[in-house]
Design a protein around this ligand. Sequence first.
Ligand SMILES: [Zn+2]
Length: 84
Amino acid sequence: MLPPIRCFTCGAPLGHLWEEFKGRTSSGESAEEVLSSLGVYRYCCRRTLLTTLTYVEEIAKYSIYKRYREKVIRKYYLEHEEGA
Ligand SMILES: [Zn+2]
């Protein structure tokens, strides 16, 4: 996954904050608090990091779902081959 290197709007560098932001939010800290403690106060920068997190979660969900779906499809075909 590509971390945001810079804020899309104001160009402030954010790449060095990404790992900590991701780690702390995934261990249960609220994104709002993590952003404030990292010194990210501008709304554009907060939005850039937040939307990246949401995006990563969406992609992860999709890839889990896709893997699950492939498993179901494979199982279906295996069962039908055996029955034939
Ligand atoms: Zn910004």
